[in-house]
Design a protein around this ligand. Sequence first.
Ligand code: GLA
Length: 359
Amino acid sequence: MREEFGRWAGRPPAEVWSAPGRVNLIGEHTDYNGGFVLPFAIDRSTTVAVAPRNDGHLRCHSLQVADDTGWAKYVRGVVQALAAEVGVQATGADVLVDSDLPTGAGLSSSAALEVAAAAAMAAMSGVALDGRRLAAVAFRAETEFVGVPVGVMDQTVVARAEADHALFLDTRSLEIEQVPFDPAAENLNVVVVDSGVRHQVGDGRYAERRRECEAAAAALGVEQLRDATLEQVEATEMDDTLRRRARHVVTEDARVLETVEQLRRGPRGGAVRGIGTILLASHASLRDDFDVSCDELDRIVETAMDKGAFGARMTGAGFGGSALVVVPDRHLSSVLDGFGDAAFEVRPVDGVRRNGAMG
Ligand code: GLA
């Protein structure tokens, strides 16, 4: 990356930082309802190299994609958010981006770009930001300056994940707990399967789900769906669609807590092995009650189970994107072969990091 930057910018970078993508293990469409999520960072990442410019221009270049596909707006959003959130002025910069994270696959490529860019540009300006501040800058860049109405999950895990752990986040208090998550210790693997179906979080359907959740909370007389119980959801008079949306969120929050309990048993207690049925229940709820799956994702889950997986579900916003599959060693090649190029293994890694002199 340093060499590529040198060739492109004619001088060495001041800072090089990498941030991973994420897979959400469980807790889908709960983060904008004040609820719980349990994502982990994956070993696919975006690297950002930067050097200051004294003419005030922001020049962005990607090693993968043409420069006018819309990704540079995230970098501009980060520059604005750095100024607004932490008073860092990084207006003039050369920014080079490299990534092995597929875009639009529901693996948070935009959060990875935002967090890596925020860390690199803050460091370039002589400011060290901790994970919490980086997540806040990246979240503000995406929601306020790029204008996509996401929750806090993606930026938080990309900035704060720890290797071999999943990040249990209470999206209301922003309290986190690192929960041990080590599939390899149980001879298990996590495989991501990209459905190839693409959607934009900004395309309106995500915002529609948010509005439905707010309407359901209002009908239930609670501030957010986090505060509702399943009994209330079933007993209160409301539109059937709103009831199904609320039922998903309330039961999904419970499934996150159940998964955390299960993972606390550790490898000897069959921690990861035991979450298979919870993952399947999450998928069914996202498909039947929240209506954010699609035929391709449903087929991936079914095929994976037929090939010997312990559990599988769609991950991320849905309407396409990817599914995650938990599969024992003995069936790994059958799952990988079954999905061809669409499938790849992932493992839980650390969040954003500064690259060494060789990076
Ligand atoms: C997208 C958003 C997240 C979250 C998920 C659904 O990934 O960026 O904030 O809402 O969808 O769980």
